[in-house]
Every structure is written in C-alpha cells, then in structure tokens.
Design a binder for this molecule. Structure first.
Ligand SMILES: O=C(O)CCC(=O)C(=O)O
Ligand SMILES: [Fe+2]
Length: 317
C-alpha cells in the first residue's frame, strides 16, 4: 500500500507584484491564474507577501500577548455594536478562544482611539504595529480582489466593489488545552465577509475543509506567510463561482496560538448582488440581493448559529 501525500493548499508568491502591474505583465498573469484556480478549488491559498516584513510579524505576536494578558474587565472595554467586532471570549462551546477587534484599523486615529481605551497611559507601539500591519496587508486584499474581478471579466465594477467595504482587524488567542488530546479552538464556519487574510504565530491549528469533505491542516511553508480566504460575500457576488470554505481551529499541547486577520467587510446599506454578467443559463442566480449587516443579524440569532448554510437559508433563491 502506498502512502498518501498529505493534502496541501497552493502557495502563491506575491512578492514584487503591484496593483498597477495588471497590463500585460507576465508575473501578474501567472499569479492571476494561480489565485483564480485556488479560489475555485479551495476558496483559499497560502500567500507569500513581503510588503508585510517578517520583523513586523515578529513584533505583532508579543503585542497580542500583551493585549490578551490585560484583565478581563479591560478587554471587555473593546466593545462594538457589531457582533465579533469587539471582545469575544469565555464561550462554553469554545473555552480556549478569545478575540478582539479594531474597526478601520488602516486608519491610525481609529487604532489609537481603541489603544487609549485599553491602555489609558498609552501604548504607541501597539497602535503602530496594528496600523502598519493592516495598512500593508490591505494592499494584498486589494490585489486579490482586483485579480478576482479581472478573472471573472467584470473589472468594470472594481471601483464600486472596493468602495463597498471597510477593514476590520481581528486578533485571536487560543489557549493550549494542556493535553495531548486535540480540542476544538474555533468551530467550523465559513467567513461572511469578502476576503480574510490571516497570519499566525508558530502554533498551527487552522484546518480547511475541501469540497470533497477532507480536512487540510494548514502548515505555513515558511515563517511570515499568510492564508487568504474568500468569504460568503464574494461567494454570492460571484454567483457561486468562488468557493467559501468551511474552516476551524483545532488545538493540542500547552502553547497558546495567536493569530491576526484583516477582514474586508461589506458596508451596511450596500446591497450585495451578483452582477448580471455572473448570471446565465448555466449559472442561475443563487442568492437574492442582501445587506451584509442584516444578514449578520440572522447569522448571530439562535437559529442562525445552528445553521451551517445560513446564507442559503437567509437569501437563497
Ligand atoms: O485563527 C485562525 O487561524 C482562524 C480564525 C478564523 O477563522 C476567523 O476569525 O474567522
Ligand atoms: Fe474564519
């Protein structure tokens, strides 16, 4: 009996690639085809992107440790009206998990305002690190979205598409379960936003479900890489062409896992609607137009929280 090669996500190198490279540039075309194929097949891929330098990631994780070491009463000051945009933790189902969020983290003043709530005596290093991380990583978000729209042949909507979102940085801590047994860190879900780009410390745990039902354990191919993932908003906008993958976090051992993600999120009031070019006889419309914030109200309701296919229930045709 032969041994099976473990499943692995595609790794795509974005170094030396710029937004304005799109006209007749070989590297752009090569990356474009890899990205599009990965998003159809897996809904995600590993990205090498040195505009966020390794040194910045090395500064980020100690900052996150400092953040999550704050007293619980302080962490709760990271409040938001939107679910999962502020402090989340102490859930009986996933006791290892905690997360915090910073809206518009690409805007320095917004980060500073949150930092000053958490550290009344200030923490300029924290603000600088989070702001720099989101500002630089938002370039990768924009490259990916431009590639997606070009690949779908609908780049004429690029400006509207880019203007329809905000950025949230969410940072996560998963305690080590202190056993050799594997424990659930974060339940299986699809992201609801447009694109998510994540990085992690040296502790693995993220798993991605393939279309044929196999879990891939994500192992970065080198330190400082990212995983980029499509959320339901882009799945529905592309009328199902791009896959939004179920994923979860499984934890074992003693060490805590820290991760940070940049989420591009549709603005409230903007109607997510597959362009007419995405709909034809072979691709009948899958979802009625919907507002992301209204959909989240359903998703975070008691019924929505037990609904694996919440978007389909909410606005499936
Ligand atoms: O921590 C991770 O790697 C995954 C986090 C995640 O899936 C999420 O925040 O939606
Ligand atoms: Fe997720």
């Amino acid at each position: 009996m032969g041994t099976q090669t473990p499943l692995k996500l595609p790794t795509i190198d974005f170094n030396d690639l710029n937004m304005d490279d799109s006209n007749n540039n070989c590297k752009w075309e090569e990356v474009k085809s890899k990205v599009y194929n990965a998003l159809i097949e897996y809904g995600c891929f590993e990205a090498i992107f040195d505009k966020v330098p390794l040194e910045l990631c090395k500064e980020l994780f100690p900052s996150l440790e400092e953040l999550f070491d704050l007293p619980i009463e302080t962490k709760k000051l990271n409040a938001s009206k939107k679910p999962y945009h502020g402090y989340v933790g102490q859930f009986p189902m996933v006791p290892l998990y905690e997360s915090m969020g910073i809206d518009d983290a690409n805007v320095l003043e917004k980060v500073e305002a949150m930092t000053n709530i958490l550290w009344p005596n200030g923490n300029p290093n924290f603000s600088k690190t989070i702001h720099c991380f989101s500002e630089k990583l938002s370039e990768l978000d924009k490259i990916i979205r431009k590639i997606v729209l070009e690949s779908l042949g609908v780049e004429k909507y690029l400006e509207e598409h880019m203007n329809s979102t905000n950025y949230l940085v969410r940072v996560m801590k998963y305690k080590g379960p202190q056993t050799s047994e594997t424990k659930l860190g974060l339940s299986s879900h699809t992201d609801k936003n447009v694109v998510t780009i994540l990085c992690q410390n040296q502790v693995d745990g993220l798993e991605i479900l393939t279309k044929d039902g196999k879990w891939i354990s994500f192992k970065p191919s080198q330190p400082g890489t990212f995983i980029a993932m499509i959320g339901d908003a882009l799945h529905s906008w592309s009328n199902g062409r791009l896959h939004s993958a179920f994923h979860r976090v499984m934890m074992s051992g003693n060490e805590a896992r820290y991760s940070a993600g940049l989420f591009s999120i549709p603005k409230g009031g903007y109607l997510i609607k597959a362009p007419q070019e995405m709909v034809d006889d072979d691709h009948p419309l899958l979802f009625k137009p919907y507002d992301h914030v209204d959909f989240l109200n359903y998703y975070y309701s008691p019924q929505g929280q037990t609904d694996q296919f919440a978007l389909r229930t909410y606005c499936g045709v």
